[in-house]
Design a protein around this ligand. Structure first.
Ligand code: NAP
Length: 251
């Protein structure tokens, strides 16, 4: 299957973990071009060299803080200048700091919401004019099991931000369906990436036990769901959430 052949995608947080796997899978599916937007310059640089060596896709890397509106608008403009279109946006960048309730402040609450939730609004708002012009678009947002059960670990605002992602996606799905722009969510359980690595072995063990499949997911397993929503096989799906969590919400 290579129905991404004439498509251009932006993947935020694409230097690491889930976003990196999404970028790799899109390139493997012969996507025409990719913008990787992240704050990790070295990782992005290394990934772009690797992708261009292995695949035919063009790759643009853009050091972008996705919570900053001017930076987001500049990154989208760069994508248009380089590739002339943007068909797929994957709102993936996020943080999950371990902050107990006693250390929660208005400042760190606002910071988390702005990186995990406001960013998705800003990126969606910036790409929509181009999607609306083409009457085609796929908005794919990464939520979390924390949206459904409250933050599993870390800051109270994490689960709140991820629940907000689902409401944002549903709004966009309804608002732009008539213009053939689809908006959907992929909601991961615990996935083996640098974020969960930073929680330590005890927490990782707890995550494994939490899933009936008794393991963490891989970034590739998550990327497969994103690819499905980006491709032609999902043309009648909008406003939905795909859970990729090894059954974690069953118990
Ligand atoms: P990851 O490996 O840390 O990748 C996230 C990338 O986003 C990192 O390169 C990170 O840089 C970058 N980033 C952070 N803040 C940013 C900003 N303001 N602007 C641009 N880029 C920024 O984490 P991941 O596990 O792949 O997570 C990807 C998404 O999945 C996140 O939204 C996360 O909440 C969600 N998710 C993950 C899991 C899981 O178990 N892994 C579960 C549920 C949901 P830094 O390394 O400098 O922060």
């Amino acid at each position: 299957m290579n129905d991404l052949k004439n498509k251009v995608a932006i993947v935020t947080g694409g230097a690491s973990g889930i976003g990196r796997s999404v970028a790799e899978l899109f390139a493997l599916q012969n996507i025409s071009a990719l913008t990787i937007a992240d704050i990790q310059s070295d990782l992005m640089h290394e990934l772009s060299i690797d992708l261009e060596k292995r695949f035919d896709s063009k790759v643009l890397i853009s050091k972008t803080d996705v919570s900053n509106q001017a930076a987001v608008n500049q990154m989208v403009q760069q994508t248009i200048d380089c590739f002339g279109q943007v068909d797929i946006l994957v709102n993936n960048a996020g943080i999950c700091p371990m902050v107990p309730w006693e250390e929660t402040t208005l400042e760190n609450w606002n910071q988390l919401l702005s990186v995990n939730l406001t960013s998705a609004f800003l990126c969606s708002q910036a790409v929509l004019p181009y999607m609306r012009e083409k009457k085609y678009g796929r908005l794919i947002h990464i939520s979390s099991v924390g949206a459904f059960i409250g933050s599993v670990t870390g800051h109270v605002a994490y689960g709140v931000s991820k629940a907000g992602i689902i409401a944002l996606s549903k709004y966009l799905a309804k608002q732009f369906a008539s213009e053939k722009i689809l908006s959907n969510v992929v909601s991961p359980g615990s996935i083996d990436t640098p974020i969960t690595e930073s929680f330590g072995e005890e927490n990782k063990k707890r995550f494994r036990e939490f899933s009936p499949l008794k393991r963490q997911g891989t970034p590739q397993e998550l990327a497969e769901a994103v690819l499905f929503l980006a491709g032609s096989g999902s043309s009648y799906i909008t406003g939905s959430t795909i859970h990729v969590n090894g059954g974690s919400l069953l118990i």
